[in-house]
Design a binder for this molecule. Structure first.
Ligand code: MG
Length: 358
C-alpha cells in the first residue's frame, strides 16, 4: 500500500479487500511472543466467529446499521443477537455481554430509550445478561447518530465435550472446538432457515422498494436452538452467515477446511419476496447477509437427527439439509446444482452487496 492510500467502504465490507487489510496490516502487528503465555486454541489469525483463550470464548462486533430502526428489529436487537450468535456458533453457552455506545450530540433520548428497551428484550429472550458497558458522546457531525459495540464471552459446556465424543465415533476429529477448518468429505450441511431476509428487508425499507411490507429481518439470538442441536451430537462446525451471506460462509469453510462443498439450489429456502427483490436488483440471495440463521456441518449419520432438533424451534422451522462436503480432488470450491439442472460456481462476494446492514 502507498502512504496516501485511504480506507474505503470495501475495507469494512467483509469481503476480500477487508481480509487483505486484516492479514497484511493487522495480524502481523498483533501477533507476538506474549501469546505463548496463554493457551489460545482459536486465535485472531483463525478469523473464526470467536477466539478461545484459556477455555474462554471471546468475541466483539461493532454495529453501524442504517437506518437504526428497520422491519423486524433495530440496532439494539441486532447488537445483542449478533454477538450472542458469534459465541453460540462456537458450540458454547454465552455468559454475558458488554455494550458500548458512541452517540452523536443531539441524538433523541426517546430513540435511545427504544433501542435500550429492545436490547433488554433480546437479552431476556436469549437468557444472556448485559454485564458491563460504556457511553461516549461526540460532537454533532463526527459520527452518524449512533454506533453500538458489543463484546461477549462464553464458556465450554459438557454438551460440547459429548458432541465431540460422538463425532469421534464416526470419524477422525482434531482439537476441542467447532472451527471453520473442521469439515471432512461426507459431512452434511444444514441451513437453519431462509436466506437473505435481513439484508433485503433492510435494503428495501431504506430505498423504498416496497418488499418490506411482506418481509422482516430475521434478527434473533440463536443460542437456545444451537445448544439443543449440540446436545444431539455429531456437529463439527457452525457459523452464522452474516456479511457476504451463505456464499461467504461456505467459501470460508471450503478454504479453511481444504474441501469442496456441493449445495443444491432446490433445497435452499428463499422467501418469495427475497427472490423477487433479488431478481429486480440483479442480486444473488446467497450473498445477502442474515442475522438469525446458522449453517451447521454435521457427520452424515446424525444429519437427520440434528435437523429434527433444529426444526423443533420456531426460528429453525424451515431448516433443511442443503448439501454435502466433497474431497478436493473430486470438487474444488463451492458448487451449486441449479434449478435449471446445471452447475454453477458460488464465489464469495468481493465486497458487501448491501452495505450498512449490521
Ligand atoms: Mg459470525
Amino acid at each position: 500500500m502507498l502512504d496516501n492510500e485511504k480506507i474505503t467502504l470495501a475495507h469494512g465490507a467483509g469481503g476480500r479487500v477487508m481480509q487483505e487489510l486484516i492479514s497484511k496490516r493487522i495480524l502481523s502487528q498483533f501477533s507476538s511472543d506474549i501469546l505463548e503465555k496463554f493457551n489460545i486454541e482459536v486465535s485472531l489469525a483463525d478469523l473464526d466467529d470467536s477466539a478461545v483463550v484459556n477455555d474462554i470464548v471471546f468475541t466483539t462486533d461493532s454495529h453501524t446499521v442504517k437506518p437504526l430502526f428497520f422491519p423486524g428489529g433495530d440496532i439494539g436487537s441486532l447488537s445483542v443477537a449478533g454477538t450472542i450468535n458469534d459465541i453460540a456458533v462456537m458450540g458454547v453457552e454465552p455468559l454475558g455481554l458488554s455494550c458500548a455506545f458512541v452517540l452523536e450530540e443531539g441524538f433523541p433520548i426517546s430513540e435511545l430509550d427504544r433501542i435500550i428497551t429492545s436490547m433488554g428484550t433480546s437479552s431476556k429472550t436469549a437468557g444472556v445478561p448485559i454485564l458491563t458497558g460504556d457511553t461516549k458522546v461526540v460532537e454533532r457531525g463526527s459520527v452518524e447518530k449512533m454506533f453500538i459495540n458489543t463484546s461477549g464471552i462464553g464458556k465450554r459446556t459438557e454438551q460440547l465435550d459429548k458432541n465431540i465424543e460422538i463425532v469421534k465415533k464416526y470419524r477422525k476429529f482434531e482439537g476441542r472446538w467447532l472451527k471453520d477448518s473442521n469439515l471432512n468429505p461426507g459431512d452434511k450441511i444444514i441451513l437453519t432457515g431462509s436466506v437473505g431476509d435481513h439484508g433485503i428487508a433492510l435494503l428495501s425499507y431504506r430505498e423504498g422498494y416496497g418488499f418490506e411490507t411482506e418481509l422482516q429481518s430475521d434478527v434473533w439470538p440463536l443460542n437456545k436452538m444451537l445448544q439443543a442441536t449440540i446436545s444431539v451430537g455429531g456437529i463439527v462446525a457452525m457459523k452464522d452467515p452474516t456479511r457476504g451471506g451463505l456464499a461467504n460462509t461456505l467459501n470460508e469453510w471450503s478454504e479453511k477446511s481444504g474441501v469442496g462443498i456441493k449445495i443444491d439450489e432446490q433445497l435452499i429456502p428463499v422467501k418469495p419476496a427475497v427472490h423477487a427483490a433479488c431478481e429486480m436488483l440483479g442480486m444473488d440471495p446467497l450473498t445477502i447477509g442474515n442475522e438469525g440463521k446458522a449453517v451447521i456441518g454435521v457427520v452424515p449419520e446424525l444429519a437427520e437427527d440434528v435437523l429434527k432438533a433444529v426444526k423443533g424451534f420456531t426460528e429453525g422451522a424451515e431448516a433443511a439439509i442443503i448439501g454435502e462436503v466433497k474431497a478436493q480432488k473430486e470438487q474444488k470450491g463451492v458448487v451449486m446444482e441449479t434449478l435449471m439442472g446445471g452447475r454453477r460456481i458460488v464465489d464469495a462476494p468481493a465486497g458487501d452487496p448491501v452495505p450498512r446492514i449490521c
